[in-house]
Write a protein that binds this ligand. Structure first.
Ligand code: IPE
Ligand code: IPE
Ligand code: MG
Length: 244
């Protein structure tokens, strides 16, 4: 049942864990890289669909801080795929009025990759349709740690007092500072875990787990997940209208 018995609005912020590329490929007797390549097609479909549905923010988990532990060849392939995606798609995204943002730790990344992120962000900064947030070299614990360090430096420099630190202040020091929290989190690939994604931000997010592998994700599956979300009863610790 939904709150008050009615359908909720569209989710303003949808976050996705794009999982299952490797298994999609293995099932077809193909190398994992083939799954990643098809995963980019699913990503393109999803960005188009989200734009068309009027979703405000779409945050995609493209590479975690833990994904560096994969074989070097796969890591290299994933990084090259991201570079190619940015190179080929940024102009189209810009024309579609999409604003690109990248979250995650940029420290230690190759300067040329950082440069691409900065250029894409600068080019699309004024765009007002979908905000496409790419989580790259992203880990929720690392993000929170960076925020805590930044706050500690401010306290040490006398810029803020320890008692000024509130949940809102912490939230604003995260990479996602200024963005709304995700309303809906979708994970494909059947696993039901967060894998270090948006730990702070997902305090009251609705989770939808989909068995299909990411390369099979499409507009229909996005619509289905959104419909599931809209039937959920979000209580935020309170009571629903009919039981209040
Ligand atoms: C998601 O697919 C892509 C990344 C994590 C970069 P996987 O590569 O994790 O595919 P599975 O989960 O092994 O099938
Ligand atoms: C999460 O998927 C990271 C991304 C989708 C980028 P993983 O495949 O890395 O997660 P685990 O290892 O199954 O938890
Ligand atoms: Mg996986």
């Amino acid at each position: 049942m939904s709150a008050g018995g009615g359908m909720k609005d569209m989710p303003g912020h949808v976050a996705i864990i794009m999982d299952g590329n490797g298994r999609w490929a293995s099932l077809r007797g193909q190398p994992r890289s083939a799954g990643h390549r098809q995963g980019v097609e699913a990503l393109r479909r999803t960005v188009r669909a989200a734009s068309g549905m009027g979703i405000g923010v779409l945050t995609l988990y493209s590479f975690s801080t833990e994904n560096w532990s994969r074989p070097a060849a796969e890591v290299r392939f994933l990084l090259e795929l991201l570079r190619r995606y940015i190179r080929t798609d940024v102009a189209d995204l810009h024309r579609a009025n999409v604003r690109i943002m990248v979250i995650g730790d940029r420290e230690g990344l190759e300067p040329s990759l950082r440069g691409m992120f900065e250029e894409a962000e600068a080019l699309t900064r004024e765009n007002t349709a979908l905000k496409l947030v790419i989580a790259f070299n992203y880990g929720g614990r690392q993000e929170i740690t960076r925020a805590v360090r930044a706050l500690a430096h401010k306290v040490a420099a006398g810029k803020i007092a320890p008692d000024d630190i509130t949940p809102a202040v912490i939230g604003n020091h995260l990479d996602t500072g200024g963005l709304p929290e995700p309303d809906l989190l979708i994970r494909t690939g059947g696993e039901q875990r967060l894998s270090n994604y948006l730990l702070w931000q997902c305090a009251y997010t609705e989770f939808v787990f989909i068995p299909d592998y990411w390369p099979d994700f499409d507009a229909d599956r996005l619509h289905q997940a959104v419909e599931t979300y809209r039937l959920r009863d979000r209580r935020f610790g309170g009571l629903t209208a009919q039981t209040a």
